[in-house]
Design a protein around this ligand. Structure first.
Ligand SMILES: Cc1cc2nc3c(=O)[nH]c(=O)nc-3n(C[C@H](O)[C@H](O)[C@H](O)COP(=O)(O)OP(=O)(O)OC[C@H]3O[C@@H](n4cnc5c(N)ncnc54)[C@H](O)[C@@H]3O)c2cc1C
Length: 406
């Protein structure tokens, strides 16, 4: 078949490869006008062991304090509040214990398939060297947060996730850059990260082109009757169309019969010269909402969730706030230079992506809304979409990710 994939971020590019595997011809459509794909500057983690939705008891415990601080780990721009309200109402509904349980079960289902899917994809393209297997370490500076985390770790362990709880000395044995400010840690040995997520996307796109995919640069402005309408006026005919335009997918989904409550959690970071942090593996600074990533291209310090929509300009003061919080735990780190970045996590209130057929057009399939897990889940999502397009049963139940759940 002829497949048009709208959006060439990490999800769309993996979908393109999965379609090429099936013998289809592929048009990968992405305007790339501002190198917008969220993966370009993200933390680079394959965070498949992370199973909790944003609407978890952990987030609610921190929420009041965070919301008091406009530069804190989670903030809502006052001017954006009216627009965000319907999303927030669903977010509150997604915080019921029964919903948290069903969302985390569905997160776990796709995450459990994620590492294997990445291994297959990278190995088939000769890109295995892009994966780093040094585990992921969560570090707690607050003793009561560390104690409270025991329940989540027990839940992960019950699912078969190997997690080692560490005292201060245990954390410092793994990462000597930390000092006495640390209360404890949790080491996820099976966690992984990539060399550099932007570099990986470039290599995957080049490989798709080399495998015969056409990369079309005008953006899509419409979908209808098996045709994608491009901003250039060109029309691309396709037997199947996949919408994978990240945070920009909402309007496209509406054209295909689905009103999805997609919004964006904007995230910020700064990339400093390699070795600045003196770390050997990805670190989550728990309670501070900060991820530290020693990538091949530099040490990335980032995180934060800001609800302010797609169009508002970045608030770079958030990066200064991230650095100030990082210094509480790594007081000796000196940061003299770095490149600041802001990206758009495509987020649904229940922290699950939208994957599956469109309600109004059987030729259209969705693959968007992966929020904090888009890099992690991209290869598994692509395998699922390829199976659904082929009419095969995917390796795990697609129902929880359906656009019809809203
Ligand atoms: C600070 C930060 C750190 C993160 N860290 C991690 C991490 O460590 N691990 C992890 O798994 N995830 C992480 N994420 C989340 C992850 O980056 C996203 O979930 C993921 O990149 C989403 O991929 P996507 O392909 O769906 O969307 P995107 O990467 O946003 O790509 C969408 C693409 O669609 C294109 N597009 C938009 N409109 C159109 C149109 N009309 N026509 C055609 N194309 C269009 C855009 O140009 C873009 O290239 C992080 C995100 C942020 C912001």
């Amino acid at each position: 078949m002829k497949i048009a994939v709208i959006g060439g971020g990490i999800v769309g590019t993996c979908v393109a490869h999965a379609m090429l595997d099936e013998g289809h011809t592929v048009d990968l459509i992405d305007p790339e006008d501002a190198a917008r794909a969220a993966v370009r500057g993200n933390a680079g983690w394959i965070a498949h062991l992370d199973i909790m939705p944003l609407a978890s008891s952990k987030a609610w415990a921190h929420l009041p304090g965070w919301l008091m601080d406009p530069l804190g780990p989670l903030a809502i721009a006052p001017a954006y509040l009216p627009t965000l309200l319907p999303w927030l109402v669903r977010f509150v509904a997604a915080s019921r214990p029964s919903k948290i349980a069903s969302s985390s079960k569905a997160i776990w289902a796709i995450n459990a398939a994620s590492m294997g899917a990445w291994e297959r994809r990278l190995s088939a393209l000769g890109l295995d060297g892009e994966l780093r297997r040094r585990g992921i370490l969560c570090v707690f500076s607050n003793p009561s947060n560390f104690q409270a985390s025991e329940a989540v770790h027990a839940r992960q362990a019950a699912l078969g996730v190997s997690v080692e709880r560490l005292d201060n000395a245990g954390v410092r044995r793994l990462e000597p850059a930390f000092g006495k400010e640390v209360a404890g840690g949790a080491f996820f040995e099976a966690g992984a990260h990539v060399s550099d997520p932007g570099t990986l996307l470039g290599k995957l796109r080049d490989a798709a082109r080399a495998r015969g995919a056409r990369l079309l640069s005008p953006g899509a402005i419409g979908i209808g009757s098996g045709t994608v309408h491009l901003a250039s006026g060109e029309r691309v005919a396709a037997d199947r169309i996949v919408v994978s335009a990240g945070a920009w997918s909402k309007a496209l989904a509406k054209m295909c019969g689905d009103r999805v409550p997609l919004d964006t959690e904007r995230g910020y970071n700064i990339t400093t010269p390699r070795g600045t942090l003196g770390l050997t593996r990805p670190i989550m600074l728990e309670g501070l909402g900060i991820a530290l990533s020693p990538l091949d291209t530099g040490d990335r310090i980032g995180g934060s969730v800001e609800f302010a929509g797609i169009d508002a300009p970045p608030n770079w003061a958030r990066v200064d706030a991230i650095l100030a919080r990082t210094k509480r735990v790594l007081p000796d780190v000196r940061i003299e230079e770095g490149t600041r970045w802001m990206g758009f996590r495509p987020s649904l209130p229940d922290s699950l992506p939208v994957i599956g057929p469109a309600s109004g057009d059987p030729r259209v399939f969705y693959a968007f809304g992966h929020a904090h897990h888009g890099l992690t889940q991209a290869a598994a999502t692509a395998e699922m979409v390829a199976a659904l397009v082929a009419g095969r049963r995917p390796s795990f139940d697609p129902e929880p990710y359906s656009a019809r759940r809203f």
